[in-house]
Ligand binder design. Structure first.
Ligand code: B12
Ligand SMILES: *[C@@H]1O[C@H](CO)[C@@H](O)[C@H](O)[C@H]1NC(C)=O
Length: 124
């Protein structure tokens, strides 16, 4: 007698879990200007959101992080400056996950939970 009730409750729960929004992805951003000038920040992006989203949230979170970008039609935003330090003809802001350079820009990259994404001021 109680079984159909339990079964419907279980089905409702499954439907709810299946359709509910997934939680945000928390990750960290390390700004590496030089070995003696490294700062780490915490941020988040939407579920399967972009690194760009995480940097925008970080900028708005008043942790003292700022950045500027140049939009490119094909590849999305190019990271031009971080905390006032801009790239030029000899240096650029390289994007890495741990020690591995990303093979896409910040508009295409989807950070995973607890990942450390590094923005490294690097000689071209
Ligand atoms: C040269 C080059 C660079 C140079 C550009 C400056 C220079 N000295 O010329 C430097 C070293 C700065 C660079 C950096 C990066 N690059 Co690059 N780059 C290239 C490359 C080899 C040629 C581009 C080019 O000269 N095109 C010809 C000119 C005439 O066209 P253009 O539109 O004016 O080219 C400009 C844009 O391509 C822009 N650019 C270059 N790389 C990137 C990356 C992104 C995300 C954006 C938005 C713009 C951009 O700079 C070019 C010169 O002004 C291409 C691959 C290829 N063979 O096309 C990869 C390529 C465009 N880069 C790529 C990547 C991933 C990056 C980085 C994210 C790598 C990293 N891990 O840090 C960084 C950008 C980080 C940031 N600050 O946002 C990817 C983009 C893929 C994608 N879908 O996002 C490509 C396709 C290589 C790949 N992995 O397949 N890059
Ligand atoms: C690029 O910027 C770096 C860091 O500010 C500076 O040391 C370098 O001289 C600049 N290079 C050019 C070509 O402007």
């Amino acid at each position: 007698m109680k079984k159909p009730v339990l079964l419907s409750a279980a089905l409702l729960l499954l439907v709810f879990v299946g359709q509910s929004a997934q939680s945000n992805t928390n990750f960290r951003v390390q700004v590496n200007v030089s070995p003696s000038d490294i700062k780490t920040y915490s941020t988040s992006t939407a579920y399967r959101g972009s690194l760009f989203g995480g940097l925008m949230r970080l900028k708005y979170s008043n942790q003292g992080f700022n950045f500027q970008y140049i939009p490119y039609d094909d590849y999305g935003p190019f990271l031009q400056s971080v905390n006032g330090l801009a790239g030029n003809s000899s240096y650029y802001w390289q994007l890495l996950s741990g020690k591995t350079p990303l093979d896409v820009g910040m508009g295409c990259y989807l950070p995973t939970a607890n990942e450390v994404v590094t923005l490294k001021y690097t000689k071209i």
